[in-house]
Ligand binder design. Structure first.
Ligand SMILES: [Zn+2]
Length: 395
């Protein structure tokens, strides 16, 4: 139990596993299979056969492993989930080799120490306990790929849980929260709209359809959507920014100052509080694009505009009094009514009807940065959390 532990120092076996996982470069652009195979082998060595859920190309995989209850049951129970990929280190000034973790002044430095191989490593290190203690209900390990490029891997992992009818009653996603129990984050939806106008010499504007000028109409529309949400809500005061945001973040178009541009594309995103219907909002943006497209076609019927939804990550919105909140705090997570500004895979589990919280070691402020680190004390607290979980599920 957490309270019995006098010094918050991680165990050697956990540090060893975290070190091994960080030593495998799993930057999202590369394969995560070497890591997945190592972890799968370790799980097999403890008598459990994991399921790998690969991507279409077979270059990456999710891992799902169910450690059954003492009575053999595999349904219900608790999911422990984390992603296995990390963000690139390109161009970042690191004081030490990012994939050779190093302990300095009570911290472990390396890419993925905080986000989020300490959580995954701590779980793998607990396999001896997880697989020998007679459990009253199963524990499911769910490790994904490609979280960092927009939660690309986890949907098929969550589907697999549904397909196997595992029906877990709780899920903990171990993204860095400094071991606070987080129950909410906004949904994230990203769209790209390509305007295809007609090029013309800039002295002959009536012959062209100016794609940039029409794209600008959509920029205004996104801005006014954002302003309306900021002024009128809906509001969720548990967020630092307590309303839905929207912002155009990329635009490209035009080839020369004397040419009416045929092409302009822009990308924007909106991050919505739970009360906002995401599909309805996407439909509203599509309708506006169709309105603009009709204006373009009045000038020239060849003009058109196309919308692509490039990312769609559901929000997390677990009730303050949900059972999973009680469980996570009972195991040592710190109560925290607030919601967080960043997105996680927790929204996918929540969306699939699995009660979910985010709770993991490390501070999100260190994630993705050069000299990423996790406090050793945080790793020890994560171990205590897992020990308490095993203790609680002991039948
Ligand atoms: Zn992460």
């Amino acid at each position: 139990m957490a309270a019995d532990r006098s010094t918050l120092v991680p165990t050697e076996v956990t540090m060893d596993w975290i070190t091994r996982l960080i030593g495998i470069d799993t930057t999202s652009r590369d394969s995560n299979l070497p890591l997945i195979e190592l972890v799968a082998e370790e799980i097999r060595a403890h008598g459990v056969e994991p399921v790998l859920v690969p991507n279409a190309e077979g270059t990456k995989a999710n891992l799902l492993a169910t450690i059954p209850a003492a009575d053999g049951s595999t349904t219900g129970g608790v999911v422990l989930s984390g992603h296995t990929d990390v963000v690139p280190v390109d161009g970042q000034p690191w004081s030490s080799e990012p994939f050779v973790p190093q302990v300095r002044e009570g911290r472990l430095y390396g890419r993925g120490t905080c986000d989020m191989k300490s959580f995954v490593g701590a779980i793998v290190a607990k396999l001896p306990q997880l697989t020998t203690v007679p459990l009253s209900e199963p524990v499911h390990l769910a490790f994904s790929y490609d979280e960092e490029i927009g939660c690309v891997g986890a949907p098929s992992l969550v589907e697999e849980i549904g397909r196997r009818e595992l029906r877990p009653r709780a899920c903990v996603v171990g993204e860095p929260t400094s071991m606070r129990v987080i129950r909410g984050h906004k949904s994230i939806t990203a769209l790209r709209v390509a305007f295809h106008g007609v090029a013309a010499h800039s002295s002959l504007t009536p012959n062209g359809v100016n794609a940039i000028e029409y794209a600008a109409q959509l920029v205004r529309f996104v801005r006014s959507f954002a302003e309306r949400n900021r002024a009128e809500g809906p509001f969720d005061e548990f967020y630092e920014v307590p309303f839905t945001t929207a912002t155009v973040n990329q635009i490209e178009g035009g080839i020369a100052v004397n040419t009416v541009p045929a092409e302009c594309a822009l990308s924007f995103e909106f991050r919505a509080v739970a009360e906002v219907d995401v599909d309805e909002t996407v439909e509203m943006f599509r309708a506006e694009v169709r309105r603009i497209e009709a204006l373009m076609r009045e000038e020239n019927p060849e003009a058109r505009a196309e919308v692509t939804v490039t990312a769609k990550a559901p929000g997390l919105d677990t009730a303050l009094d949900a059972e999973v909140m009680n469980l996570a705090t009972r195991w040592g997570g710190e109560v925290s009514p607030g919601k967080v500004t960043y997105g996680t895979e927790a929204g996918l589990f929540h969306h699939a009807g699995i009660p979910t919280v985010v709770c993991g070691p490390g501070d999100i402020a260190q994630a993705h940065s050069p000299d990423e680190y996790v406090e050793l004390e945080q790793i020890a607290r994560c171990e205590d959390f897992l020990d308490a979980l095993v203790d609680h599920l002991r039948s």
